[in-house]
Design a binder for this molecule. Structure first.
Ligand SMILES: Cc1cc2nc3c(=O)[nH]c(=O)nc-3n(C[C@H](O)[C@H](O)[C@H](O)COP(=O)(O)OP(=O)(O)OC[C@H]3O[C@@H](n4cnc5c(N)ncnc54)[C@H](O)[C@@H]3O)c2cc1C
Length: 406
């Protein structure tokens, strides 16, 4: 029987395995990380590459290793002179390539790869004094299971987009397993749907690579914010229940502190330049339906062409005709709990949810006896930063602190 089985080997699962081994709570005998991919962080690396992410949004102190300054030191000692700047303001946001190189180093030097089992958890069963994870690589028994399954396997396909795909329209999602910008080698007009950070970076990358005239369709006139949650939550001023605050009130405050769908100021500047120089068009509007006929896709919804990032032109057109491929950058399924695996775990252990469909957690990030959460699953305990890299660090620290004290 293992002490710890971490289910999911993305940023969260890998970070937790690093913290548990660094604190000597677990080692190569007592801990395993279960993940279906051939190497750690497969989805993270794929998504960042697919959308052309040049720099992270989070600061240099948010990464996989325990010492917050490990990435700064790695950049000083290992980043080649003359390479792209390792960090960009504000708060020293690392280059994606630097962050990846640092992850690779931590995984290699700390032996995290050898903790991995390749497989997918299908169900969790109650074995009395331990948990049984039924997986496609056999059964595993553990006293503790950490649910680090993320949302990465569930890209969001709006209904109109699914209908277009069924009708044979050239539509894909930037988070599809086989997505690559290289696929768009003929210079044809490209429409990107989604006005958040992923869509904005993708549109800018397609423009920079001259892949064709690009139109970005955003359901708001592009909102700017350095981070995707209110950073006040990283400190005690915002974090923590207020005196007399109900569970519902706290959850509402957590939700309101997310800044999803916003774009960093540097990426907004790039779009601004591309727009001014006529290499990019931006339509403010929400697609309601689509029709694919004679190799054209008509998107209906009411769109207002932007004359300037952040400001609507006031003009309105009902229909947008896409003459080439459409790429969705519509994020992930917004349901916090998705997929059969979590559903079976909930039924077996009688795990409760809030009216909003989030795990109803115990006093910490435990959902049931020995069942720990991280990422979006832990949002009601860890706040709006739960799904970010810093959320993985907070979850890992919480697990270590409890394991040391119990
Ligand atoms: C393009 C992009 C850029 C981002 N940039 C930043 C940033 O700059 N800073 C920041 O803080 N955050 C950022 N984020 C947000 C967040 O940090 C990432 O989404 C992060 O990858 C989430 O990690 P995760 O481990 O929770 O999920 P995932 O990356 O989805 O990993 C979960 C893993 O669990 C596996 N899994 C799922 N189900 C099972 C199962 N049943 N059994 C076994 N394994 C399973 C999956 O296959 C996957 O490998 C970004 C997100 C995206 C999409």
């Amino acid at each position: 029987v293992l002490d710890w089985l971490v289910i999911g080997g993305g940023i969260h699962g890998t970070c937790i395995s690093r913290f548990l081994t660094a604190a000597n709570i677990a080692d190569g005998e007592t801990l395993r990380v279960l993940d279906p991919h051939p190497e750690p962080l497969r989805l993270w690396n794929r998504f960042g590459t697919a959308c052309g992410m040049a720099y992270l949004r989070s600061p240099s102190v948010h990464h996989l290793d325990v010492d917050p300054y490990a990435l700064d030191r790695f950049a000083e000692s290992s980043w080649p002179e003359g390479a792209e700047p390792p960090f960009r303001p504000p708060k020293d946001r690392p280059a994606f390539s630097l962050f990846r190189a640092h992850c690779d180093r931590v995984i290699r030097e700390r032996g995290l790869e050898s903790l991995r089992i390749r497989g997918r958890a299908l169900a969790l069963r109650n074995g009395g004094n331990h948990i049984v994870a039924e997986t496609d690589a056999g059964d595993f028994r553990a006293r503790n299971a950490v649910l680090a399954t993320g949302s990465g396997e569930r890209p969001r396909w709006p209904r109109w987009a699914r209908q277009l795909r069924e009708a044979g329209a050239p539509i894909s999602h930037v988070f599809d397993p086989d997505f690559s910008r290289e696929r768009f080698s003929e210079p044809k007009p490209i429409a990107v749907v989604g006005g958040g950070m992923t869509g904005a970076q993708l549109a800018a990358a397609l423009v920079a690579e001259n892949r064709g005239p690009v139109t970005l369709i955003a359901d708001h006139p592009l909102k700017t914010s350095p981070f995707d949650f209110d950073p006040c939550w990283l400190g005690p001023k915002c974090f923590g229940r207020r005196p007399g605050e109900s569970a519902d009130g706290w959850e509402a405050r957590v939700r309101a502190a997310r800044r999803d769908g916003t774009v960093t100021p540097d990426v907004a500047d790039r779009l601004r330049t591309d727009l001014r120089e006529g290499r990019l068009a931006i339509m403010d509007g929400q697609v309601r339906s689509g029709e694919f006929r004679n190799s054209e896709t008509r998107l209906t919804g009411g769109f207002s062409p932007l004359g300037e990032v952040g400001a609507s032109s006031g003009r309105k057109i009902e229909r947008f005709v896409a003459e080439g491929p459409i790429i969705l950058a519509t994020g992930f399924d917004s349901r916090v709990i998705g997929g059969r695996f979590l559903e079976t775990a909930m039924a077996e252990f009688d795990l409760k949810t809030t009216p909003e469909g989030r795990p109803r957690l115990n006093r910490d990030i435990r959902w049931g006896p020995g069942i720990w959460t991280t990422g979006v699953l832990a949002e009601t305990a860890l706040g709006p930063q739960a799904r970010n890299i810093v959320g993985a660090r907070h979850a890992a620290r919480a697990i270590v602190a409890t394991a040391e004290s119990e």
